[in-house]
Design a protein around this ligand. Structure first.
Ligand code: 5GP
Length: 214
């Protein structure tokens, strides 16, 4: 009776570095393999085992700036001295096929997406506490003490932007956080503005038959 728009959602999963966005995103994708994770471009150098084209598209600053000037990015931000940005090309393609797209991005970028794509779903992932956030950043062991401190300071400011999002999920326990994100997506898919058409004919037929019977 109800025909819904076959248009994939754009899920913006954001929050401070160290909140566990990567872990939650991967766990979510494992359970929801029909969703598409957008691979970002960055001017930072690969960390640990990171591979070009899998974790990020690693670019020089010049190559990144060229993408900006050619308007190839949906959004970009400079974060702790490096550029990060979302390539535009695959997002529309996937959404128009009914595939949900996930962006795993920091706060400045998420707020830009909010202006450009207001129907996106904005989820702020919160660490359970500032102490745990600090521990997580330190335990990565892939960055200098100064860089860890810079990320911690940025995280502190980013948390102030939480109220600009639609949802907040505390990353206490991975399974639980993923369950909540699935519930958010399910609820968003039931919004009345997703209804494309309502076929009232069957409803009227049944009403008519019922009235005739009585
Ligand atoms: P990292 O250097 O730890 O991989 O990422 C630093 C921050 O940049 C993280 O908060 C990550 O979510 C964010 N980030 C990754 N890709 C993008 C992107 O395309 N755009 C924006 N604005 N931030 C991103």
């Amino acid at each position: 009776m109800i025909k819904k728009k076959k248009y994939g959602a754009l899920i913006v999963l954001s929050g401070p570095s160290g909140a566990g966005k990567d872990t939650i995103c991967n766990a979510f994708l494992k359970r929801n393999d029909q969703c598409f994770l957008s691979i970002s471009c960055t001017s930072r150098t690969p960390r640990g085992e990171e591979k070009d084209g899998t974790h990020y598209y690693f670019l020089t600053r010049e190559a990144f700036e060229e993408k900006i000037s050619k308007n190839e990015l949906l959004e970009y931000a400079e974060y702790n001295g490096n550029y990060y940005g979302t390539p535009k090309d695959r997002i529309e393609e996937k959404r128009s096929k009914g595939i949900h797209v996930i962006l795993e991005i920091e706060v400045q970028g998420a707020l830009k997406v909010k202006e450009l794509v207001p129907d996106a779903i904005f989820i702020f992932l919160m660490p359970p506490s500032m102490d745990i956030l600090k521990q997580r950043l330190e335990n990565r062991g892939t960055e200098t003490k100064e860089k860890v401190l810079a990320r911690f300071k940025t995280a502190y400011q980013e948390i102030n932007e939480m109220t600009k999002y639609n949802y907040v999920v505390v990353n206490d326990e991975v399974e639980d956080a993923v369950n909540k994100i699935e519930c958010i997506l399910a609820a968003e898919m039931c919004r009345v503005d997703r209804i494309e058409d309502v076929d009232l004919s069957t409803r009227e037929e049944v009403l008519h038959e019922t009235l005739m019977e009585n």
